[in-house]
Design a protein around this ligand. Structure first.
Ligand code: FAD
Ligand code: COA
Length: 414
């Protein structure tokens, strides 16, 4: 087993670090204050080749691995969580879904949108009544000749209002009203009749990127807007979630980077700040805090890198479901602890909005929620560990009951 990065990966990491430290670090407080999307950062990321780098070469990308993307995301998150999210969503999530399942036309279109507009696509799953219980979504797509007509409301959609490309999850119905299953539909903002951006959430952290409603009102997309997974609608939702494991690793990486950045600040401060005639880093109480912070960051990093690298060995090229969930649980919970401890090292200075630590505490708080809560991810891991699964939702229980009834009927017939 080789834990070393290749020379190319070290070079990539260094290039990301230079851009993050020299350009993005100084911009981060202003982005937090104005709550405006940093288009300049998105364009700089695009020019540096950090957007869409996991897109295969034949579509204009670099065909880089998820581990490569993770190395860049981590560096960005150390200085600016918002900028790191742009890297995640232009390399993982919706774009990975299109690149693995999409038609030639969809792949070319999605890559074009990222490279020509510095777009970070939006992934639209969550609804007001279907958060963790995503399979209970009610947004519906009705087949009408050569079109799909989509109705429903998504909320908490990252990038709503700034993203161009949207991957919208909806419950699909055939023309005769038969339910087909859950599918993902592509729609472009400003070019799709019936696609509307609703209210924006006033969020605690990561304020430079909007979280808002995406509303579909008799929204019409052509038949070829459906991103069809290999098993079609039959396992449509499961296939979409399999692709979504990429984004879970990406989100965990942002948490990792924010924590690593906060630790660096705390260490530097502890070496400089003097009390009782010596640097506070000389007090054993603080040394133990710093040691724990560093150890927890290292442990989370190892798990995140392992989860990202697991994609190389998997059939569909997505990270392993269990490792992706575990990596996000560990990194997101670690980030809450480490950013809070970093604030403690600063004393009152950490509680001031003049200091980046205060922002890092707010930004780092998100990752046990967005992208699947830490509780839900534990249910995902449990089903993998136990090799069986207790449904979490009404739909899940209905499906289980139907399976059990079918098994009983077939046993009785034997
Ligand atoms: P709920 O599902 O209502 O859960 C409430 C609480 O109950 C949580 O603590 C949860 O863990 C717990 N809970 C629920 N069910 C169980 C269970 N079975 N066992 C144990 N505990 C349980 N969604 C998108 O589709 N696209 C996005 O781009 C997006 N971006 C987001 C960005 C941010 C900053 C945030 C905060 C959220 C974003 N979301 C997005 C939504 C996010 O995915 C949901 O918030 C998340 O899935 C949880 O849903 P919920 O908030 O409705 O919580
Ligand atoms: N990777 C691969 N497959 C997955 C998966 C993942 N991360 N999550 C679920 N699946 C598969 C399941 O194995 C199941 O397949 P099966 O039919 O062969 O058993 C299928 O998808 C449906 O999942 P199931 O767990 O039966 O659904 P449920 O009705 O109990 O709902 C979830 C649970 C999947 C909705 C819940 O675990 C979840 O992930 N909620 C969070 C949603 C989320 O992350 N939103 C983020 C929006 S940004």
């Amino acid at each position: 087993m080789d834990f070393d990065l290749t020379p190319d990966q070290r070079d990539l990491q260094q290039r990301a670090r230079d851009l993050a430290q020299n350009v993005f670090a100084a911009r981060a407080p202003e982005i937090d204050k104005t709550e405006e999307y940093p288009w300049d950062n998105a364009k700089a990321l695009n020019e540096a080749g950090f957007m869409g780098m996991t897109i295969p070469k034949e579509y204009g990308g670099q065909g880089r691995s998820f581990l490569d993307a993770v190395l860049v995301i981590e560096q960005m998150a150390m200085v600016c969580g918002v900028t790191a999210r742009i890297v995640v969503e232009s390399n993982m999530g919706a774009i990975s879904t299109v690149m693995r399942y999409g038609t030639e036309e969809q792949k070319r279109m999605a890559a074009e949108v990222i490279f020509s507009r510095a777009d970070k696509p939006a992934i639209c799953i969550t609804e007001p009544e279907a958060g963790s219980a995503a399979t209970e979504m009610t947004t519906r797509a009705d087949k009408c000749g050569d079109k799909w007509v989509i109705n429903g409301k998504k909320h908490w959609i990252t990038g709503a209002g700034v993203s161009w490309l949207h991957l919208i999850f909806a419950r699909a119905f055939d023309e005769d009203g038969t339910e087909l299953g859950i599918g993902g539909f592509l729609a472009m903002r400003d070019e799709t009749p019936g696609l509307r951006i609703g209210n924006r959430e006033p969020t605690m952290g990561l304020r430079g990127i909007p979280e808002a409603e995406v509303i579909c009102e008799d929204m019409e997309v052509p038949a070829n807007a459906l991103v069809e997974s290999p098993s079609g609608f039959k396992r449509g939702f499961a296939d979409l979630m399999n692709a979504y494991n990429t984004q879970r690793v990406g989100a965990g990486t942002i948490a990792l980077g924010i924590a690593a950045g906060a630790y660096d600040h705390a260490l530097n401060y502890a070496l400089k700040r003097e009390q009782f005639g010596r640097p506070i880093a000389e007090f054993q109480g603080l040394q133990w805090m710093l040691v724990d912070m560093d150890s927890q960051v290292e442990a989370a990093r190892a798990l995140i890198y392992k989860a990202a690298a697991s994609a190389e060995k998997s059939n569909m090229g997505f990270p392993d479901v269990k490792l992706a969930a575990q990596a996000k649980i560990v990194a997101s919970e670690m980030a809450i602890k480490v950013t809070n401890d970093a604030l403690q090292v600063y004393g009152a200075a950490g509680y001031s909005r003049r200091n980046p630590i205060e922002r890092m505490v707010r930004d780092g708080r998100m990752f046990t929620i967005g992208g699947g809560t830490a509780q839900i991810l534990r249910t995902v891991v449990a089903s993998q560990i136990l090799g069986q699964k207790l449904p979490q939702t009404r739909d899940g229980y209905l499906k289980l009951a139907q399976r059990e009834a079918a098994d009983k009927a077939s046993n009785a017939a034997k």
